[in-house]
Design a binder for this molecule. Sequence first.
Ligand code: SF4
Length: 464
Amino acid sequence: MGNTAFEIPDLNRIHELIPKYDRPGPRYTSYPTAPVWTDEFGEAEFVDALGRAVNRDLSLYVHIPFCERLCSFCACNRVITQDHNVADPYLDALEIEADRVANAIGGTRKSVQLAIGGGTPTFLTPSELSRMCTILDSRFPPDADAERSIEIDPRVTSREQLAALAEHGFNRVSLGVQDFNPKVQKAINRVQSIEQTAQLTQDARELGFRSVNFDLIYGLPFQSLASFSDTVDRVLELRPERIALYSYAHVTWIQKSQRGFEKKDLPDAERKLAIMLQAIQQFQAKGYQFLGLDHFALPNDDLYAAAESGTLRRNFMGYTTRAGVNLVAFGASAISELGDAYAQSVRAPKDWQDKLERGELATMRGWRLSDDDLRRKWLIQELMCQGEINHQNYYDRFNEDLSVRIPELAGQLSPLVEDGLLIQAGRDYRLTAAGRLFSRIVAMVFDAYLPDPNSDRPLFSRTV
Ligand code: SF4
């Protein structure tokens, strides 16, 4: 997709496409997607994958699952508690896990990225955050220009916590904002003032964080074009370097908390897309570049440069600037991505701690990617990050013609070309503006594991 401006597609045409393409589909933060993984992939397979993960830099992720209050839209893996005594045993287990992973990798390896997510990472006190950093840095020393980021909830984060992180070299911070409208905030049980967000943004900048990200969500209950436009205006006044604009995923069969509001309170698919397109226009008008599915960056941000140079990649944390690194994840429910394998730890913190204390690694499920999986994963990445399917690039990468791998591809893509989601140039394809809105649909063409569309059991959120 590079860094060319996104041209807003014709709304009437988009409305015609919604009935056909608004259907359940993966977000493709992994391929194969998590429902495909198996519990036959356990500790031994994870250790084997770690042992093979040589000659690559490490990107680390730590999941802190605790939150004091439940936001009713939340689809994350989290535990709601006001008892802060849970933090110390959790960090004890993290220390055991870090030791065991370091042993499996076979020696000290530097980390080029560290991301702390949740849950609410700032559930931890400044000294607990420092301890967490020491646990990781002593086993996986950070590279001099390592990217170190943390997700924070402005309602429960202090300047002292940010200062502790800055001392440990953290340079990026991501603030959960979602929406500034009071009625929307009440419905999602997340009341957060603009002043709290502005203060933390200012604190982060004063403490030397070089990039601030805001997470926003469109499609929440009671959102309207006018209300979300107002939220975007407030966000633009604070000028974060990056913005993630996520689509609300209504998955009540997984997240029972989402039943706290009625489906009729949610904007329908047409309204939802209109809210998103309006936000894109507002961000672009103020100099932000629209990247991939749902990210925006100012020209001075690394994500912008990665899009420009074609090194943008997508993983569990969204879009990332570092291609070709191994993602090793720590904590309950955390997912590692190691070249040709995915591995996920058990979800409940207590189970995760118990397994580590018993001398095991807490791997719950995973997947070893076949050659075919690796090729399809690369194709989906190309589509989601570069917006194209290019036969020469595929050949250069795999020394194989794409038509040998997927002989039926041209036939499968031609209806999408006819519907204006793709432009065809010879044997190659490029997403159009409309196609970027439905890129999950296009990516499904490359997915060899799609469930039966007539199954009663939904696995994925809707694509709009
Ligand atoms: S949205 Fe974030 S803060 Fe809210 S419950 Fe979920 S993980 Fe916790």
